[in-house]
Design a protein around this ligand. Structure first.
Ligand SMILES: *Cc1c(COP(=O)(O)O)cnc(C)c1O
Length: 330
């Protein structure tokens, strides 16, 4: 594990470490935070967008990946949405068949599992974020994990200017000089944030256990609403429940926005994870179509999710959502 200044740095160094460079292609989801995709562009490589499975499974559709692979493809970045895993068995099999690297954007998924494996430890590299709104936070911070010793050494060099020894080693008298052998960056996490992270890490497991209770309460309270899809409802793997998204059936972006506005007027803050990246101005050039990602982007609402949310509050949220669905006729 290599601590870093944030997860965007982690994704950047991960792609660099597996050898992604100019004109290479990397398969990415569009239903993710933009940093997943920007990291590909940092290396002058080309992100190739892939759709997600359906409204019940917001991770990459493994059936759609293979047709996107060609001789320029170097890697796949998967994103474990809300702490629910991509089909890592199929992804790893495909990566093996075509000699691709697999990078897990595990920002949503600390301690989450696929089978009995922790997300972030299944592909070649896992990337985590400790930004202020994540499951654990150091305000800004990130981590790269790998079981490949070469990747580990490359990332450590690139984290700190490509220098062969660091101030810490020099101050301990181990080394008086250094060489620079990589065109590196300053992507270090500082000691102050690391000390916050150590304390936060101890609280993570307990927090996640309470979140899964909050999720169960939501599922019960929403069960009467026929227009509400709860993604990953049938998933049995352990999840961080980083967020609690719902997708509205037979809806539109206009209806969704009005419902969000109504909830806001009742004191309920919501969000949207995510506006599809391929529709942003800087990515919109080739006019590709990703029907599921686009529908989800337009019709998803992220409801409040945190461990101190009470059953009464979940009932209040679900009642107001039910009222909003009636008002806006869906
Ligand atoms: C937060 C997040 C990032 C970026 O992490 P930073 O630490 O803010 O750079 C990347 N991908 C996903 C899915 C995220 O949620």
């Amino acid at each position: 594990a290599v601590s870093l200044s944030n997860c965007t740095a982690s994704l950047h160094l991960a792609l660099k470490a597996v050898g992604v460079g100019k004109s290479d292609e990397v398969i990415v989801p569009s239903l993710t935070f933009v940093a997943t995709v920007n990291s590909v562009r940092y290396l002058n490589a080309k992100p190739i967008f892939c759709d997600v499975t359906n409204c019940n499974d917001l991770t990459l559709d493994t059936k759609l990946i293979e047709p996107l692979i060609n001789e320029k493809t170097k890697a796949i970045i998967v994103m474990h949405y809300a702490g629910y895993s991509c089909d890592m068995k199929k992804i790893n099999d495909m990566a093996k068949k075509y000699d691709l690297s697999v990078i897990e954007d595990a920002c949503h998924a600390p301690l989450s599992e696929f089978g009995n494996k922790k997300l972030g430890s299944i592909g070649d590299i896992g990337c985590f974020s400790f930004f202020s709104n994540k499951n654990i936070s150091t305000a800004e911070g990130g981590m790269l994990v790998t079981d490949n010793a070469d990747i580990f050494e490359k990332v450590k060099l690139n984290r700190s200017h490509g220098m062969t020894s660091l101030s810490y080693d020099r101050s301990r008298g181990h080394s008086t000089s250094y060489d620079v052998i990589e065109f590196g960056y300053n992507y270090r996490m500082d000691d102050l944030r690391a000390s916050l992270g150590i304390v936060q890490l101890k609280k993570l497991e307990g927090d996640i256990q309470v979140r899964s209770k909050v999720r169960r309460k939501y599922i019960k309270s929403l069960s009467g609403l026929s227009k509400v899809i709860i993604p990953f409802k049938a998933n049995i793997n352990k999840s961080s429940n980083y967020i609690f998204p719902i997708v509205l059936k037979d809806s539109s972006v206009n209806i969704r926005d009005q419902i969000r506005f109504y909830l806001d007027s009742k004191g309920i803050q919501t969000s949207v994870h995510y506006p599809a990246v391929h529709r942003f101005s800087i990515y919109n050039s080739n006019k590709i179509k990703l029907p599921v990602s686009e529908y989800v982007s337009d019709n998803l609402i992220t409801l409040p999710m945190y461990s101190s949310l009470t059953n009464l509050e979940v009932d209040y949220i679900c009642n107001e959502l039910s009222n909003a669905l009636k008002i806006y006729h869906i």
